[in-house]
Design a protein around this ligand. Structure first.
Ligand SMILES: [Zn+2]
Length: 396
């Protein structure tokens, strides 16, 4: 039961029910399409005539389209599906190393993409983004509706402010405002872990679609967490929720966290921590300088014991942090995202054993699993910032 927020409450509009029914039909098409009008009627309590009205409206808005199914003798059935012909959103994924600018259709499928090296100078990175975004808009000005941005920063998504990025050293950057002014489009930005959590919620594995409470743990140079409660991302005051990467879990970590502490979870369990452990065990003369985390995983998979042990020790700390999250929030699932997913077969047991080891008896078991969104959950997250708006129900 959600308490009514009197500051936001309006008198229920007469078309509120119609809005909800519209979202039901749209989401049936999204998740189960191609699907017929009759099938939607069978699975919901909506009247056939209501469905026809809604379908016409959604087709007019170009949110669904008709295709022909397999004929079983007579006329082929007309089915409903999401249109995939035009790009509808631009995703900007600002990573610590590379920035990706891409377009996608309504299903989140990438249509076109390009990358450049992220510049620590916010002005230069903003200019590079605007240049590429304008190129896409010029090509598809009629269908592109908005720009979603994912970045490793504290973002006040509601008010469109990038408050602070410890990695880049950006404070109160005007990046969102500048892209908005340059393009005239809606620009929505969020922290990378929140964006990835939103992508899991809308585009993740089928079993996650039924989960209302989960935590996405995004591991890269740092650790970010996106908390989903009751089917929506929990952002907290000023968008600052989910900074579990900086919870204290020990002392004397192998590296310092982004803000300089050797006690935080990310100092023990990030990619950088794993690389530091490997460097220590392999010896500094062993040619590991410039080794990437992806390469470390390859070494471990190929049987290099130092690399495997560095991953396993890091996995133990990943698990300890997750155990704390389970202890405090009891989510239905924890999903791991980032390059570490490629090492999941090697480390899953270590992560789970460490997490289970610190969770008190009586707390319901939480599934810990790897993301199935591939190597770019944050790019899909950037798309989701625009796409999810189309599929989510109005707030009730
Ligand atoms: Zn920290």
């Amino acid at each position: 039961m959600r308490r009514i927020d009197l500051k936001k409450a309006n008198v229920a509009r007469s078309n509120t029910i119609r809005d909800i029914n519209r979202q039901i039909v749209l989401n049936y098409v999204r998740e189960k399409g191609p699907i017929s009008r009759a099938e939607i009627a069978r699975e919901t309590d909506l009247q056939r005539s209501t469905i026809s009205l809604i379908v016409n409206e959604l087709m007019r808005l170009r949110l669904i389209t008709e295709v022909y199914g397999q004929s079983s003798g007579g006329r082929p059935p007309t089915l409903l599906t999401l249109p995939t012909a035009h790009p509808v959103a631009i995703g900007v994924d600002i990573g610590t190393v590379r920035t990706t600018v891409a377009t996608c259709d309504l299903t989140g499928r990438i249509i076109e993409r390009e990358e450049f090296r992220t510049d620590l100078n916010v002005e230069r990175t903003t200019a590079s983004i605007i240049e590429r975004v304008e190129r896409h808009i010029h090509k598809d000005s009629r269908s592109i509706e908005g720009i979603g941005i994912s970045l490793p920063a504290l973002v006040d998504a509601k008010n469109g402010n990038v408050l602070y990025s410890p990695h880049f050293g950006w404070h109160n950057s005007k990046i969102i405002e500048k892209i908005k002014n340059a393009t005239g489009l809606t620009v929505t930005a969020d922290n990378d872990a929140n964006a990835a959590a939103l992508a899991e919620l809308w585009f993740g594995r089928p079993e996650i679609r039924d989960v209302r409470d989960f935590i996405l743990v995004f591991i890269e140079n740092g650790i970010g967490t996106g908390i989903v409660l009751d089917g929506q991302v929990h952002r907290g005051k000023g968008g600052a929720a989910g900074e579990f990467g900086h919870m204290r879990i020990g002392t004397d970590a192998p590296v310092a966290c982004a803000t300089g502490s050797r006690e935080c979870w990310e100092a023990f369990a990030s990619e950088r921590a794993a690389l530091a452990r490997y460097a220590r065990s392999a010896g500094s003369s062993n040619g590991h300088d410039g080794l990437t985390f992806a390469k470390l995983i390859e070494l471990a998979a190929a049987g290099n014991n130092n690399a495997l042990q560095a991953l396993k020790q890091t996995a133990r700390y990943i698990g300890i942090g997750m155990g704390n999250l389970i202890q405090g929030l009891s989510p239905e699932a924890i999903i791991v995202g980032g390059t570490i997913v490629r090492a999941w077969d090697l480390i899953a047991e270590d992560v789970k054993t460490a997490a289970e080891g610190i969770v008190c008896q009586g707390i319901p078991a939480t599934q810990i699993m790897a993301s199935t969104l591939g190597s770019e959950p944050t790019l899909l997250g950037a798309f989701s910032l625009i796409l999810a708006d189309k599929f989510s129900s109005i707030s009730i």
